[in-house]
Ligand binder design. Structure first.
Ligand SMILES: [Zn+2]
Length: 106
């Protein structure tokens, strides 16, 4: 019997074109996941597929905005929100960007 290598499942990229039915969190802690969802709901985003799109666009923006910090978060597999807080990064800029991304979908 061939066993599925379940450890590898998380490493496989999702196929292009697959409908996203829920948010695909990788590194965010529960507190920052809830903060993200509450923020988007407060500006009128209810659909999880929209939230997932915003999440992805936000990460692209962050990787361009602060590449060193972004690389550290990905390579150490820590929650980006927690690292941003520890570093006293300007969270207001991130919040403003999330709202901007949300409004593009409204
Ligand atoms: Zn966190």
């Amino acid at each position: 019997m061939v066993r599925t290598q379940s450890w590898a499942v998380g490493l496989v990229a999702h196929p292009v074109g697959t409908e996203v039915s829920r948010l695909e969190w990788r590194l965010a802690c529960r507190r920052h996941q809830e903060t993200f969802v509450q923020l988007l709901r407060s500006v009128g985003i209810e659909d999880e597929a929209d939230m997932e799109l915003i999440r992805r666009r936000f990460l692209v923006w962050w990787s361009l905005e602060a590449p060193a910090t972004y690389f550290e978060i990905v390579s150490t597999r820590r929650c980006g929100g927690c690292v941003a807080e520890e570093r006293h990064l300007d969270l207001a800029r991130g919040v403003a960007k999330l709202i901007e991304l949300a409004k593009e979908l409204l």
